[in-house]
Write a protein that binds this ligand. Sequence first.
Ligand code: ADP
Ligand code: NI
Length: 218
Amino acid sequence: MTSVIAATAAFIEEKFQAEGSGHDWPHIRRVWHVARALGADTPGTDLEVAELAALLHDIADWKFHGGDYEAGPRAARAWLLSQQVPEATVARVEQVIREVSFKGLGVETPVSSPEAAVVQDADRLDAIGAIGVARAFAYGGHKGRPMHDPSTPPVSHADFEQYKQSTAPTLNHFYEKLLHLKDRLHTPAGRHLAARRHQFMEEFVAQFLAEWDSTDVG
Ligand code: ADP
Ligand code: NI
């Protein structure tokens, strides 16, 4: 690990210690480790760029900055320049951060580099599987949403503005986003890992609904 990666990890760990909205340090650490693993299996990946971008991808999540898409890249730039990282590397990390964010099912999020592919895949992989289930309910609880309400069916949000306004029950989020993520991954290594996590989530939803209606009783 280069010293700038170690310094960035320490900086972000400290900054995200008390984050309650699903972007805590453990999330970032998982995205970092998974991005590194996917990068090792994805030809052409510059691991230093991928690791730095993974560590910095939520540094100033634009959703919490009045919709300013440049807040994250800008904060990442300031940090990296303070660490004497060369401009060429800074610019590449910024571009990866711009490309990571999920903007709704109706919005394509193309990637322009292997580094962006592995970081975007790693971030999405953390929204599915057992951790994905836990994060969804943690987020729903944080927002005061009900877990489930059969009278509020899931809707297909064509655009992200509509998606962000949604106050739907947390289970709807599975149909509106989480169960689609495996088809939105870029790298073969990411898709391989997603298959297992997706399967687990399908089973979770089926079991949840059986217990909800008590159809699993004897
Ligand atoms: P990221 O910035 O990591 O791409 P988001 O900010 O979109 O992800 O979401 C953070 C976590 O909160 C994810 O696990 C996501 O599934 C969950 N989440 C986001 N929106 C909702 C929602 N409407 N209901 C339940 N969980 C949500
Ligand atoms: Ni993230």
